[in-house]
Design a protein around this ligand. Structure first.
Ligand SMILES: [Zn+2]
Length: 176
């Protein structure tokens, strides 16, 4: 998993921890944050996917087709097809990232049965984060998707999301 010019380098242990997290949460989507310095990941934070607890009003941010899908589901089924990070856990992770002198490098979440590619909802959520990111003084993170569509070969890809579009960027997995 080497790349000449990776946008992000992830140590083997954290790479495997993300896959383990995705497998533990399946059939729900897992989510989390990666932090470090200068494109190198040094810390991994699991964040709870709270989507199953959201009200219909809170769900209204989702795009039309996905929203109709979500509203037809039982709350506990909603987390199977989308995610929403627990805001309090995100704030605690961000506090720890600052204390360590790291910066947020990426958000990650899993797709349990679809490819490692951002959905329209993923792009909507990323753009929503972009709208208040600068006020928080956080550098623009990448968005990583772990696909379990092929159970035996989890696929991990990273994307830069801006202007309502996503572009894949190279990832490297190195070392321990
Ligand atoms: Zn997604």
């Amino acid at each position: 998993m080497q790349s000449a010019n990776p946008a992000l380098t992830i140590p083997h242990t954290i790479w495997n921890e993300m896959i383990a997290h995705a497998k533990e949460c399946a059939p729900h989507e897992c989510c989390g944050m990666l932090a470090g310095t200068d494109g190198t990941v040094l810390a991994h934070y699991r964040i709870t996917n709270i989507l199953q607890n959201l009200t219909d009003q809170e769900l209204s941010r989702f795009d039309g087709a996905k929203l109709r899908d979500l509203q037809c589901l039982l709350p506990e089924e909603r987390a199977d097809i989308a995610f929403q990070m627990d805001a309090r856990e995100m704030a605690l992770a961000q506090k720890d990232i600052r204390a360590k002198g790291f910066q947020l490098q990426a958000f990650y979440h899993s797709h349990t049965s679809s490819p490692a590619r951002p959905s329209q909802t993923d792009i909507t959520i990323a753009m929503e984060f972009e709208s208040y990111r600068e006020k928080l003084g956080i550098p623009q993170p990448l968005h990583i998707i772990i696909s379990l569509a092929d159970e035996d070969r989890p696929d991990i890809k990273a994307f830069r999301i801006a202007d309502h579009a996503s572009v894949e960027v190279p990832l490297a997995c190195e070392g321990k």
